[in-house]
Design a protein around this ligand. Sequence first.
Ligand code: GLP
Length: 261
Amino acid sequence: MKVAIVQNPEEGSRLAASIFIDQVKQNPKTVLGLATGSTPVKMYKLLAEACKAGTVSFKDCQSFNLDEYLGLAPEHDQSYHYFMKTQLFDHIDIDQAKTHVPDGLATDIAASCQAYEDAIKAAGGIDIQLLGIGSDGHIAFNEPGCSLACRTHSQVLTQQTINDNARLFFQGRVDEVPTQAVTMGIGSIMDAKKVVLLAFGKGKQDAIAGLVEGPVTAMCPCSALQYHNDCIVICDEEAAGKLRNKDYYKYIFSQTGVSNA
Ligand code: GLP
């Protein structure tokens, strides 16, 4: 695992955007794995700017998102369908028919999850997966205690996640947040060829310490990424605040840059 400690979210977003742009330039048919949350917003803005400037084109890409709230229609302003459309898809040249977000309204959830896994496989697998991280160590919506081998499934959210995400819902109300989601599993995420995880702010300190230096445990699902052979964690100084080997990671990064994750 490579750890890039940046001065601020702006620098981290620029670094992440450059990794995605290089990837798509190298392989215009890249299968993108995409994430939601406030963390990637700036990075998506940079991708949109690069696309408008003609630096990169996503017209031959496909995309798969990590997760969606159960019970929210794509038009709901807090659905991840809506987020992706308004934050990224409407601003780049991707063919929106080739963008995929799990179905939060599926009646047969198991069949819908299987179909999602099958679609990823049929696309040839995810080439590059973007991740945020929850303050409880979740990635996508894989909450503490989940199987580290799980595939796309429905997940009951922890109270911590519901509280964290309530700020984005109507009047910041906790009772507006769905209690379950459908999410790619840790096993699905581990299959991505490359992983780029972004974390900004003090609220992510414990999760980042668990991810990079903690034991691999279902109690901190992101820690499974220690077994991924091409994963870069981009965090700001605040999110890196509890890393014991911080100076060493900085030294490595100064020597090798983003390669050799
Ligand atoms: C949600 C999403 C995660 C995301 C997390 C962090 O729970 N399911 O994919 O990483 O929020 O969100 P934020 O970036 O807003 O801190």
